[in-house]
Design a protein around this ligand. Structure first.
Ligand SMILES: Cc1cc2nc3c(=O)[nH]c(=O)nc-3n(C[C@H](O)[C@H](O)[C@H](O)COP(=O)(O)OP(=O)(O)OC[C@H]3O[C@@H](n4cnc5c(N)ncnc54)[C@H](O)[C@@H]3O)c2cc1C
Length: 303
């Protein structure tokens, strides 16, 4: 039998009601399929349970990380000490608020949220259909595609801080910018968000979602593990075009490579480590800088 560490034993004692997993491979929870064991992973199903988990984490003075669907995270090969709190499929629920608004809980995927909005005859979220993350991760990242971004449709965000206090933030308070929100600085956790949408016939919304999905499938390497665009879009250019111009399509480090299908994606060809991906991103950024004078910054969160 595997022996629990002192920390793991205490967690199990203090959180008897919460689903906990110990030494859980992060590779099972990231779209890159990369990452060593999380010392402890918690799956709180309600905001009360999440508040309790945070309280215990503070009492035990342990490091905590928040994970959504893991579609924009490069998790370390050595794993993560402390507690990783996974919210995908945990904080769930979708509700129509009024004629133009829906509330989506943080653990709902953006694709499910967009499908729900379409069924309700509310347009404006079509661009998010096909982004594989959760609403929580999407709000944190200000996820976007095809000229849309969550900042354009989010009206309010309900957040919890690490002391368990809950507050509502307006769109303006979220300090949204390209792939950024205030949460990066404050560490607050998204519980839910209200989206202000526009009434539109369901068939029109669904047709647009199908069109965008076809574009994605045609241009992106969806058959290989990745975290989507590896780099943020630089001012005055596109990362994929700059990588292509530097001759780096297909460039490989260990099991990680720049996709042959889309030069903006770093993919796991099989057995890639976080070290492979990091080395790939650093080398690509350096080569592109040498070729174009433009410095690419990773979009993927390197933990
Ligand atoms: C094939 C593919 C295509 C993609 N296409 C796009 C695209 O078109 N546009 C785009 O913007 N992105 C895209 N992505 C990247 C990714 O899906 C988005 O960044 C998404 O918003 C991440 O959500 P997540 O739930 O997976 O977050 P995670 O990857 O789990 O986490 C990302 C960050 O958000 C934080 N976080 C997660 N949940 C919460 C929460 N509830 N509260 C506070 N912080 C939280 C985490 O701590 C972490 O720092 C793509 C990824 C893949 C694999």
């Amino acid at each position: 039998m595997i022996e629990l560490t002192e920390f793991q034993r205490k967690l199990a004692q203090m959180l008897p009601e919460t689903e906990l997993r110990f030494d859980e491979p992060l590779s099972r929870h990231t779209s890159f399929r990369i990452g060593g064991p999380a010392e402890a992973m918690a799956f709180p199903k309600t905001r009360e349970e999440l508040g309790n988990v945070l309280k215990v984490s503070a009492l035990l003075d342990c490091k905590s990380a928040i994970l959504g669907a893991g579609t924009n995270v490069l998790a370390p090969d050595d794993g993560l000490p402390g507690l990783t709190i996974c919210l995908k499929d945990c904080l769930g629920g979708m509700k129509r608020v009024d004629g133009e608004r829906i509330r989506l809980m943080a653990g709902v995927t953006m694709t499910r949220g967009a499908v729900f909005a379409a069924k309700e005859g509310l347009g404006g979220m079509e661009f998010a259909h096909g982004i594989p993350g959760t609403v929580g991760g999407g709000v944190y990242m200000n996820a976007g595609a095809y000229d849309g971004s969550l900042s354009q449709i989010v009206e309010t965000v309900e957040v919890m801080d690490f002391s368990g206090n809950i507050r509502q933030l307006s769109n303006a308070q979220m300090d949204f910018s390209y792939r950024h929100s205030r949460l990066e600085e404050t560490g607050e956790i998204v519980l839910s968000a209200v989206f202000h949408l526009t009434p539109k016939p369901t068939e029109q919304i669904q047709a647009r979602m199908r069109e965008l999905l076809q574009k994605r499938t045609a241009s992106q390497p969806l058959d290989l593990p990745s975290a989507g665009s590896a780099f943020k879009r630089p001012v005055g250019g596109y990362a994929a075009a700059l990588i292509d111009q530097a001759g780096l399509r297909g460039f490989r480090v260990g099991g990680a490579a720049i996709s042959n299908k889309h030069a903006g994606f770093a993919v796991n060809l099989g057995g890639a480590t976080a070290a492979d991906v990091q080395s790939l991103l650093t080398q690509v950024s350096d080569w592109v800088y040498e070729a174009s004078g433009i410095r690419l910054e990773p979009e993927v969160r390197i933990w």
